[in-house]
Design a protein around this ligand. Structure first.
Ligand code: ADP
Length: 367
């Protein structure tokens, strides 16, 4: 009934796991009471505990210890990532907006034929921004964000992981709209049947698939517009090894978004951002040269390179660093970058890249 719905909503707004910071492009509104969370952190913590217990009490057929663990380990309260923090990846951003953010913010528009997908896979070389994208989605869609790494799920004691998976989905439904982000999904959904996939990881995988299907079924039975049952939970996953995901799992990721290495333009944006608050002498021309030199570098390679180059001016001071006033530290130069390029190498090989591209053509969603 609607009174039940109402009762639930105030705790939802104040619960810390909820990403309620109203900074999203989509809303444009701002509510200072929500962003000033530091001042009230003690109170919030107490409130949070009470709420957690209350929510856990309401969950049926869910192991209480497992649910508690979901709250303590999995709900992320960390730094928020916004679209603008991520350089480039425009097509991935629009795909995520259409598939996740808009449906979460305007559920009324996304029904029936426009029913949002329940699973989306981000795949591509390591360090290309998949995790950042997932976090941005969580912020911008103002949903509860459950971030689990597949290896942490599978390392639990026999039987415990399945309880954890059940609790994960139960809590995610309860705190919906929710995004369940699974990093390294390949290690949970691997097709290792032939070479010794053990009984326990097979059971965890099955439990995950069962729980995941139960979401889609709830959604399918909901076309009549019964808002009470509208549990918006999306499984968003990332992998550097898309080819090791087994077929059953792959099919459930209706959208498979390729996150490629950054193009020159994207690296340019990233370098410019990284250098924005630093003293440096790089001209337009230098930047162009740097972009040529960093062909094949991933986003995280670019970050590592810039961090290392920024150390150049300090490094050459040696111990004198301790006595040099800040304004006398020389600016970062193109040469600093060139020095760092000698040992900060791209982490993805050309061959590796081709493998991703082939998989993208075969199984990726376009866009
Ligand atoms: P992945 O999940 O694809 O392995 P991450 O999202 O964890 O990669 O990115 C690792 C780091 O690399 C980030 O913390 C960030 O510093 C940098 N990075 C990667 N891609 C981008 C990007 N497109 N824009 C800005 N920074 C990026």
């Amino acid at each position: 009934s609607s009174s039940l719905k109402k009762q639930q909503s105030p705790p939802k707004k104040t619960a810390p796991p909820k990403k309620t910071a109203p900074t999203s492009e989509a809303s444009g509104s701002s509510d200072p009471s929500v962003t000033k969370k530091d001042n009230v952190s003690d109170e919030t913590a107490q409130l949070k505990d009470a709420l957690e217990d209350e929510i856990i009490e309401q969950l049926r057929g869910v192991d209480k210890t497992a649910a508690k663990q979901i709250f303590s380990e999995i709900v992320v309260h960390g730094d928020e990532v916004h679209w603008d923090d991520i350089a480039g990846l425009e097509s991935a951003k629009s795909a995520l907006k259409e598939a996740v953010v808009y449906p979460f913010l305007r559920p009324d528009l996304f029904r029936g034929l426009r029913e949002p997908v329940r699973g989306m896979l981000l795949f591509g070389p390591p360090g290309t921004g998949k995790t950042m994208l997932a976090r941005a989605v969580a912020t911008e869609s103002r949903s509860t964000f459950f971030s689990i790494s597949a290896s942490s799920l599978t390392s639990k004691y026999l039987g415990e992981s399945e309880k954890l998976v059940r609790a994960l989905f139960a809590v995610a439904k309860k705190l919906s709209p929710s995004i369940v982000f699974v990093d390294e999904i390949d290690s949970l959904m691997g097709s290792r049947n032939n070479d010794g996939e053990n009984e326990s990881s097979r059971r965890i995988k099955n439990e995950f698939l069962v729980q995941w299907s139960s979401l889609s079924n709830a959604a399918a039975g909901n076309e009549s517009g019964d808002e009470e049952e509208d549990e918006r939970v999306l499984v968003l996953a990332a992998t550097n090894l898309p080819w090791s995901i087994d077929e059953a799992a792959r099919r459930r990721f209706v959208r498979r978004q390729y996150i490629p290495l950054p193009e020159s333009q994207t690296r340019s944006v990233q370098f410019t951002k990284l250098l924005a608050n630093q003293k440096h002498t790089l001209t337009e021309q230098d930047l162009l040269e740097l972009l040529d030199l960093t062909e094949g570098y991933s986003g995280s390679d670019v970050t590592s390179l810039a961090k290392d180059a920024a150390m150049g001016p300090l490094r050459e001071l040696g111990d004198k660093l301790l006595f040099t006033p800040r304004d006398q530290i020389r600016p970062i130069t193109l040469q600093d970058f060139k020095n760092s390029l000698n040992y900060i190498k791209p982490s993805v090989s050309q061959e590796g890249l081709e493998q991703y591209e082939e998989w993208a053509v075969k199984f990726g969603s376009s866009g």
